[in-house]
Design a binder for this molecule. Sequence first.
Ligand code: FAD
Length: 106
Amino acid sequence: PLDKNELGRSTWKLLHTIAATYSDEPSHEDQSNMEQFIRLIPKVYPCEVCANDFSEILTYHPPNISSQKSFAKWMCEVHNMVNRKLEKPLFDCSKVNERWRDGWAD
Ligand code: FAD
């Protein structure tokens, strides 16, 4: 059966890892692919309330796919919007590459 929390953890891992490995200088095709990928999530994500809220988030916080740094920051910010809704602690987005790309310093 579908566990919304387990699905969420796995999905965020996938999304932050994709953002961590996105190009520093994305081509038009890279940017177009990523924009489409993000905009398809609410259409296919198998948790209806999550998908609806994410769709709304995308309307007022559209994906920034211009570089690795800005895309990773954007992903962190939208994850924080979900965290805020669920009353979870907010993540310090200055540390997002440390968490998902480079590994923690300590
Ligand atoms: P998660 O929020 O899953 O985070 C996993 C790990 O990511 C954390 O341990 C932390 O190390 C890191 N992290 C946390 N915040 C950030 C950040 N801002 N940036 C980078 N890394 C971070 N659940 C619902 O109940 N209702 C919803 O409406 C809902 N909507 C969702 C929408 C989407 C698009 C997704 C992907 C998930 C949604 N979820 C929703 C699931 C929810 O976000 C969590 O995944 C779930 O509650 C499990 O939370 P968690 O505490 O294990 O950590």
